[in-house]
Design a protein around this ligand. Structure first.
Ligand SMILES: Cc1cc2nc3c(=O)[nH]c(=O)nc-3n(C[C@H](O)[C@H](O)[C@H](O)COP(=O)(O)OP(=O)(O)OC[C@H]3O[C@@H](n4cnc5c(N)ncnc54)[C@H](O)[C@@H]3O)c2cc1C
Ligand code: SF4
Length: 544
C-alpha cells in the first residue's frame, strides 16, 4: 500500500496561507500583463489531489483595481488571474461525471475539459477547446451572468463557492488572444451570406459561417463593429481593444465588414436577398424606452443608450475627445439593470459627486448582475430603492434641476412572480440633480423590419422565426435580441451559432438541419423564441 501523500500547504486551502489577492493573502499579481506575460506554468501541487483535498481549496479571488482609484478612471475593474491563480482555481474543479455546469451554459461550453487542460498546463489545448465551443470567450468571460448560469449550477456551489468558471474562461481567452492560431476553414462553397448587425449574434454567426467555407459580409449601421459590446458596455467592464481583437480575428479568417450601412436605408433587405444566397438578421433591440413623465424632454435628460454611446463608441470618456457630453455633479439614473449600473458608474467616473440609482423595487429584485451591483456599491454609488419618478423638474431655461419621485411598497406578485411595486400615498419627494439618465429598457427598432412587408413580426415588433431561426422569408434568418427581446450576450451568441448551422443546411439544400448538426441542445441551449408578451419587468439578467 502506498502512503497517502500529504497535500502541500496550499494557498487558500485550510491549513495553508490565504489565497493570493484574497483579504489577508499576498498582494494580487494578476492582470493581463502578469497573467500572460513571462510567468511560467507550474503545477499547483506536487501530487494528484483527492476530491477531499480539492474541496478544501477556497475560491481564488480575482484581483481588481482599488475601488476609490477606479471610480475616477476608465481602466478595467477586474484584473484577471495570473497563471498561478488560474492553475490553483482549476484544481478546485471536481471533473464531475455528470458536469451540470455544461447544462448551465447556453452555448454548452465543455467546461471541465478546458479547466482540466489549464490544470495540466496545456494552454494550447485549453484555448482550442474553449474557442471551439465559444466564438467570443474574452467577452463572455467578462460579461456573462455566470452566477445564474454555469456557476449557479456547479456542484461546488452546494457546499460553498462554485468553481470560478468565468474567471478561468477569461484567463484562457486572454491567453488565446495573445497566442493567435489560424482557424481551420472548410474549402470555399461558392455561397455567400449577408449578416445584418455586428453585435455578438452577428459576429458569432459570421465566424461560424466563414469556418464552414461561405463568403460572409457583415453590414453594420455604426462606423465600428461590435454592437452593444462596443457602444453600450463601458471600457471599465469590457475594454474596447478586447472587442476589436475579436473582430480582427474574424476579419483575419475572411469575414468582410461594411460599416456605415443601414439596412432599410442604405440597402434594402430585398437588395441583400438578391446579392446574397442567405441573410442573417441580428440588429438587436436598441430603441430606448422612456418613462413618459412630464419634463422628460428637458435639457440634461439622456436615454442610457445615447449617454453610453457618446461615452463609449464616440470616445467622450477620453478628455481629449471632442464628443460633447454633459457632466452633472448630481446624476440620477433611473433603472436597476446592467445598463443602469453601466450608466451610473460612468457618470461617477466622469466626475459626478453624487451618482444615484433610482429603482422602483428592492435590492433583491435589481435585475443587474450581482457583481455589477457590488462594484457600484464599492465605488460609492447611492441606491434609492423602492422609488419611482413622476416628473423631471427644470429651470426657466429648461435645464434639469431635479426629479420628483414617490416611495413605493411591494404589493401582490405580478405576472413575473415578483411583488408589484405600489406607490405610497403622500410620499412624494424631490432629488436635486442636473442630469437624469433613463435606463428602463429598450425595444426593437423598426428601421429594418418596417422596410420589408414580407418579414413577419410579432405585435411587439420582434422578428418571428421557426425553431431553427428562419424568418417568414425563405433564406432569411434572424437571432439575438431582435428575436428574443433584450436578453444577454451569450444567448445572442447561441442564436448566431445555431442559425449559422441552419443557414449552412439551407445553402446545401438540406433544410431543416439534422439535430446532430446543431450545436447547443437542451433547455438552456434552445433556439431563440420571439418575445411574445410585453416584459415591462425583464428577468434577472435583463438590462433594464
Ligand atoms: C449597456 C448594456 C450593458 C449590457 N450588459 C450586459 C452584460 O453584462 N451581460 C450580458 O450578457 N448582456 C448585457 N447586455 C445585453 C447584451 O449586450 C445584448 O443582449 C446583446 O448585445 C444582444 O446582441 P445582438 O447581437 O442581438 O444585438 P446588438 O449587440 O444590439 O447588436 C446589433 C447591431 O446591429 C446594428 N444595427 C441595428 N440596426 C441595423 C440596421 N438596420 N442595419 C445595420 N446594422 C444595424 C447595431 O448598430 C448593432 O451594432 C447589455 C446591454 C446593454 C445595452
Ligand atoms: S460542475 Fe463544477 S466541479 Fe463539476 S465539472 Fe463543472 S465546474 Fe467542475
Amino acid at each position: 500500500m502506498t502512503d497517502k501523500p500529504n497535500p502541500a500547504p496550499v494557498q487558500g486551502a485550510p491549513g495553508g496561507p490565504p489565497a493570493t489577492g484574497a483579504p489577508g493573502g499576498p498582494p494580487a499579481t494578476g492582470g493581463p500583463d502578469a497573467s500572460h506575460g513571462d510567468s511560467e506554468f507550474q503545477p499547483a501541487f506536487d501530487h494528484p489531489l483527492t476530491p477531499r483535498e480539492r474541496m478544501a481549496i477556497e475560491r481564488t479571488h480575482m484581483p481588481e483595481q482599488d475601488a476609490l482609484a477606479r471610480a475616477a478612471n476608465f481602466h478595467e475593474v477586474n484584473l484577471g488571474y495570473s497563471v498561478q491563480l488560474a492553475v490553483l482555481e482549476a484544481e478546485r474543479c471536481l471533473q464531475c461525471k455528470n458536469p451540470v455546469c455544461i447544462d448551465g451554459c447556453p452555448v454548452r461550453v465543455n467546461i471541465p475539459r478546458f479547466i482540466e487542460l489549464i490544470r495540466t498546463g496545456d494552454m494550447v489545448g485549453a484555448a482550442a477547446s474553449l474557442l471551439g465551443d465559444n466564438a467570443l470567450p474574452c467577452v463572455t468571460g467578462r460579461v456573462c451572468p455566470q452566477e445564474i448560469q454555469c456557476e449557479g449550477v456547479c456542484v461546488r456551489a452546494k457546499k460553498g463557492s462554485p468553481v470560478a468558471i468565468g474567471a478561468l474562461e477569461r484567463y484562457v481567452a486572454d491567453w488565446a488572444m495573445e497566442h493567435p492560431v489560424a482557424p481551420l476553414l472548410a474549402p470555399p462553397t461558392g455561397k455567400s451570406v449577408a449578416v445584418v448587425g455586428s453585435g455578438p449574434s452577428g459576429l458569432t454567426a459570421a465566424g461560424e459561417l466563414v469556418k464552414l467555407g461561405h463568403d460572409v459580409t457583415v453590414f453594420e449601421a455604426f462606423h465600428a463593429a461590435g454592437g452593444v459590446l462596443i457602444y453600450g458596455i463601458p471600457e471599465f467592464r469590457l475594454p474596447k481593444d478586447i472587442v476589436q481583437g475579436e473582430v480582427d480575428r474574424l476579419v483575419a479568417a475572411g469575414v468582410k465588414i461594411e460599416a456605415n450601412a443601414i439596412i432599410g436605408r442604405t440597402y434594402t433587405l430585398r437588395e441583400l436577398r438578391e446579392r446574397f444566397d442567405a441573410v442573417f438578421i441580428a440588429v438587436g433591440a436598441g430603441l430606448p424606452v422612456f418613462m413618459n413623465v412630464p419634463g422628460e424632454n428637458l435639457k440634461g435628460v439622456y436615454s442610457a443608450n445615447e449617454y453610453l454611446t457618446r461615452v463609449n463608441l464616440m470616445g467622450a470618456w477620453n478628455p481629449e475627445s471632442d464628443t460633447p457630453i454633459l457632466k452633472g455633479h448630481r446624476v440620477v439614473v433611473v433603472g436597476g439593470g446592467n445598463v443602469a449600473m453601466d450608466a451610473v458608474r460612468t457618470a461617477k467616473r466622469l466626475g459626478a459627486e453624487e451618482a444615484t440609482i433610482v429603482y422602483r423595487r428592492g435590492k433583491e429584485e435589481l435585475p443587474a448582475r450581482a457583481e455589477e451591483v457590488h462594484h457600484a456599491e464599492q465605488e460609492g454609488i447611492r441606491f434609492d430603492l423602492q422609488v419611482a419618478p413622476t416628473e423631471v423638474l427644470g429651470d426657466e431655461n429648461r435645464w434639469v434641476t431635479g426629479i420628483r419621485c414617490l416611495r413605493m411598497e411591494l404589493g401582490e406578485p405580478d405576472a413575473s412572480g415578483r411583488r408589484r411595486p405600489v406607490p405610497i400615498e403622500g410620499s412624494e419627494f424631490v432629488i436635486d440633480c442636473e442630469m437624469v439618465v433613463v435606463a428602463i429598457g429598450t425595444r426593437s427598432n423598426p428601421l429594418l423590419t418596417a422596410s420589408e412587408p414580407d418579414l413577419e413580426i410579432n405585435p411587439r415588433g420582434y422578428i418571428v422565426t421557426d425553431e431553427h431561426g428562419m424568418a417568414s422569408i425563405p433564406g432569411v434568418f434572424a437571432g439575438g435580441d431582435i428575436v428574443r427581446g433584450a436578453a444577454t450576450v451569450i444567448l445572442a451568441m447561441g442564436d448566431g451559432k445555431r442559425s449559422a448551422h441552419a443557414i449552412d443546411a439551407w445553402l446545401r439544400g438540406e433544410y431543416p438541419p439534422k439535430p446532430e448538426e446543431l450545436p447547443g441542445t437542451g433547455e438552456h441551449g434552445a433556439p431563440a423564441k420571439a418575445a411574445a408578451e410585453p416584459t415591462a419587468e425583464p428577468a434577472k439578467v435583463a438590462t433594464e
